[in-house]
Design a binder for this molecule. Structure first.
Ligand SMILES: [Zn+2]
Length: 317
């Protein structure tokens, strides 16, 4: 985590005022009390939060995650009020019971769960890493991504429509950086964790990407690389589509993350379509599948810049 926590003094000065106002206008109700949220907020995203918080609310009060902290940009770590209101421990709700028996041997040491947000251009790049043997949470990488081909007005409308209703548009504007920069930071984070090295190139080292569907790595990453003028990185050549694993292991079709969560009786936490919350929820499905004994193997591999080979006969189309 150390690499994620470094910020410059300038960044501190820039982020503090907006951090306060951003949260005051956005997630105030969520942070104070679940009961109040149910009375004052009617949007579906918030309704889901209430519903799931009620399920788990008995033991621990659900708190929204500090989205500055997930990006290594929180400057209020010494403010008790801020710490009281926002979750700064990413491992919350990702604990596993280590006494499970049916663990199966996996091809990989780590699963790198990626769940992009943004249809026209990528707006959010959230990653959650799970240990393949123990199912324990390892680390997370999170960045909001600033599109490169949109004028200011269109971008503002896009962000308002996408993140405004989740109450996190302010933090998006405060922290988003271009995709090119995100990839650079992601690569140095992977190098720090020994998941990949520039010199070796190629795919991840003892680790594999897991996505919910093929869209993220098959379609969106190459599109964004093209738009941002960067070469498609070699580690995006293969991935695990969790829906295909789910179909073959449980012999049931799941059209998306919400179906998997529902069928496995895992409550949906946070805001659906906030990438970091979705990545965390997918990670919880992955943890369950590891502990249920599902082998998570590569389901798709790029054979040329435009061709993808799907490795499972029985798969979600
Ligand atoms: Zn914070």
């Amino acid at each position: 985590m150390a690499a994620m926590l470094r910020t410059s003094p300038e960044a501190h000065a820039r982020f503090v005022p907006s951090l306060l106002t951003g949260f005051r206008t956005s997630r105030r109700a969520l942070a104070t009390s679940v009961a109040r949220v149910s009375l004052s907020v009617s949007s579906s995203a918030h309704a889901e939060v209430v519903e799931t918080a009620a399920v788990e609310g008995k033991s621990a009060r659900w708190k929204p995650t500090c989205l500055y902290h997930t990006q290594g940009k929180c400057t209020l770590m010494n403010d008790p009020l801020h710490l009281e209101k926002f979750n700064h421990d990413f491992s919350v709700n990702l604990q596993v019971n280590n006494s499970f028996r049916d663990i199966c041997s996996q091809d990989f040491d780590y699963f790198v769960i990626l769940d992009l947000e943004g249809k026209v251009e990528i707006l959010e790049f959230p990653v959650v890493v799970i240990d393949a043997r123990t199912a324990n949470f390892m680390d997370a990488f999170h960045r909001f991504v600033r599109p490169c081909r949109m004028d200011e007005q269109r971008l503002n409308e896009y962000i308002e429509g996408k993140y405004g209703k989740l109450g996190v548009d302010r933090v998006w504007h405060d922290t988003a950086v271009p995709f090119k920069e995100v990839l650079k930071e992601f690569e140095s984070w992977m190098v720090d964790h020994n998941f990949w090295s520039k010199e070796m190139g190629g795919s991840l080292n003892r680790a594999a990407f897991i996505t919910c569907g093929n869209w993220d790595v098959k379609t969106k990453i190459p599109q964004q690389c093209h738009d941002s003028g960067v070469k498609l990185p070699p580690y995006f050549m293969e991935w695990i589509n969790l829906k295909d694993i789910y179909l073959n292991f449980y012999e049931r079709r799941a059209t998306g993350m919400k179906t998997m969560l529902r069928e496995l009786n895992i409550p949906l936490l946070g805001s659906h379509h906030l990438g970091i919350d979705d990545a965390k929820n997918i990670a919880r499905v992955v943890q369950r599948m590891i502990t249920d004994g599902a082998p998570l193997t590569i389901t798709a591999r790029r054979t040329s810049p435009t061709e993808v080979k799907f490795l499972f006969k029985n798969r979600i189309r």
